[in-house]
Design a protein around this ligand. Structure first.
Ligand SMILES: *Cc1c(COP(=O)(O)O)cnc(C)c1O
Length: 386
C-alpha cells in the first residue's frame, strides 16, 4: 500500500491542475448523436467524419462475417489470424490507395510504432514535427534512432537538421498528414522537396485524411499531390472508415519487409474478420459516395463563416473537419465543454498532455451526419459558453 502512495500524490497534482481524466460513459447512437447521462447530445467530438460507424451496410457486413467466422481472429496474422476477410481488405486498401500492397495492424497507434521502429534504429536519424500524434512520437522514441523534433511547420529548422544528418545510415521524416488536434494539413510538397534533397524517407500518418481529403478520398497525400513522393503511408480504419484497425500501404517489398519486422503486427492478435468486413464496406462507400466528402467541406465552410460572424477565432490554419477553438486554460476548456453538454452538444475539451502546455482548446469535429442548422446551433451556444 505505502509503496503506491506516490500514485495518490500524482493524481492529486493532476486534479489540482484540472488535468485529471475520468471514465465517462457515452452510448453512441445513429446520425451523429450519442447518449450521455440519459440525454441525447449532438456529437461534435468524434472522428466519424463520414457517418459510417452506424451505417447499416457496415453493420450488416460485420454481422455476416461474425456469423461465418466467429468473433475473435484467433491469433496474429502471421500465425493463423489472416482470414479471407483480411486478405480482401488488404487487397482493397492497396487498390484504393493506388499502391502495390497493404498490411493490416491492430490499431493506428500500433501501426505507427511498429512501422517506425522497423524502418530505423540506432544507426539512423528520425525527424518529427513537435505536434505529431503521440503514436508517431512514441514510435520515434522506441526505434532508438537519433530523434530531432522540429517546430510545427518550421521547415527551415527541418532543413537545418537534415543538412547535418548526412553521416547517418538512414534518414526518416515522420509527419501527420492532418494534425489531429490542430486541423491543419502538413506542407507535404515542401517536406518531400527536402526529403529528396537529403535522401530521406517520408512517412505520412493519414489518420484524419483517409476518406476525407483529396478528390478520391485518399487523404492529405492526394490533396497535396505527393502520393508518388511519399515513402510510407499509414492510415487507420477507426476514423472516417468507422471501424477499427490500422494499415500501411506501399511497395510490395516494403510490405513484405514490414510483415517480417513490424513487431506490433507480428506479436499482436489480428483484428476480427467482422471488423475487416465493415472496413471493406466503408472503403466501397468512400469510392461510391464522394458527396459525403463534399458535404463535410460544405459544413466546414458554414462552421468557419458562423464562427467569423460570431467573432470566435479558431486556431489559425485549421481547415476541413477539425476546428479547434483556443482557450486560455484547462479549466476554461472543461467548463466550456460542460456548458455545451448542458446545451445538448458534445465537444472535446483538449488539455495537456494531448496538446502542449498553455494551449488547451475545444476541438469541434464535423461529421456528414450533422446538418447546417446543427452547426449554426452549435455556434450560437458556443458564444454563450466561452
Ligand atoms: C487516432 C490517431 C492515431 C491512432 O489511430 P487508432 O486507430 O485510433 O489507434 C494515429 N495517428 C493520428 C494522427 C491519430 O489521430
Amino acid at each position: 500500500m505505502s509503496r503506491l502512495s506516490w500514485i495518490s500524490n500524482e493524481l492529486e497534482e493532476q486534479r489540482k491542475a484540472r488535468l485529471l481524466r475520468s471514465k465517462i460513459e457515452f452510448t453512441p447512437l445513429a446520425d451523429g448523436l450519442c447518449e450521455f447521462e440519459g440525454r441525447r447530445l449532438r456529437n461534435f467530438a468524434g472522428n466519424d467524419y463520414l457517418n459510417l460507424a452506424h451505417d447499416q451496410r457496415l453493420i450488416d457486413a460485420a454481422c455476416k462475417a461474425a456469423k461465418e467466422a466467429g468473433v475473435g481472429s484467433r491469433a496474429s496474422a502471421v500465425v493463423c489470424g489472416r482470414s479471407p476477410w483480411h486478405v480482401r481488405l488488404e487487397q482493397k486498401l492497396g487498390d484504393f490507395e493506388g499502391q502495390e500492397s497493404a498490411l493490416l495492424f491492430p490499431t493506428g497507434f500500433a501501426t505507427n510504432i511498429g512501422v517506425i521502429a522497423a524502418l530505423v534504429d540506432s544507426n539512423d536519424i528520425v525527424f518529427c514535427d513537435r505536434l505529431n500524434h503521440a503514436s508517431l512520437v512514441d514510435g520515434c522514441r522506441l526505434s532508438g534512432a537519433r530523434l530531432r523534433v522540429f517546430r510545427h511547420r518550421e521547415l527551415s529548422g527541418l532543413a537545418r537538421e537534415l543538412a547535418k544528418a548526412d553521416s547517418y545510415r538512414r534518414r526518416l521524416i515522420v509527419i501527420d498528414g492532418v494534425f489531429s488536434m490542430d486541423g491543419d494539413i502538413a506542407p507535404l510538397a515542401d517536406i518531400c522537396d527536402l526529403a529528396e534533397a537529403h535522401d530521406a524517407m517520408v512517412l505520412v500518418d493519414e489518420a484524419h485524411g483517409t476518406g476525407v481529403l483529396g478528390a478520391n478520398g485518399r487523404g492529405a497525400c492526394e490533396a497535396t499531390e505527393t502520393e508518388e513522393r511519399v515513402t510510407v503511408r499509414i492510415g487507420t480504419l477507426s476514423k472516417a472508415l468507422g471501424s477499427l484497425g490500422g494499415f500501411v500501404t506501399g511497395s510490395e517489398s516494403l510490405i513484405e519487409y514490414l510483415l517480417n519486422s513490424a513487431r506490433t503486427q507480428i506479436y499482436s492478435t489480428a483484428i476480427p474478420p467482422s471488423v475487416c468486413a465493415s472496413a471493406l464496406e466503408a472503403i466501397k462507400i468512400v469510392e461510391a459516395e464522394p458527396e459525403r466528402r463534399r458535404r463535410l467541406e460544405q459544413l466546414s465552410s458554414t462552421l468557419h463563416q458562423e464562427l467569423a460572424s460570431a467573432g470566435i477565432l479558431p486556431l489559425p490554419g485549421c481547415q476541413g473537419a477539425i476546428c479547434p477553438i483556443p482557450l486560455t486554460s484547462p479549466e476554461q476548456a472543461t467548463l466550456a465543454a460542460e456548458k455545451l453538454r448542458a446545451a445538448g452538444f458534445l465537444v472535446g475539451a483538449i488539455r495537456p498532455p494531448t496538446v502542449p502546455k498553455d494551449s488547451s482548446r475545444l476541438r469541434i469535429t464535423l461529421s456528414c451526419a450533422h446538418s447546417e442548422s446543427d452547426v449554426r446551433d452549435l455556434v450560437k451556444h458556443l458564444v454563450e459558453c466561452l
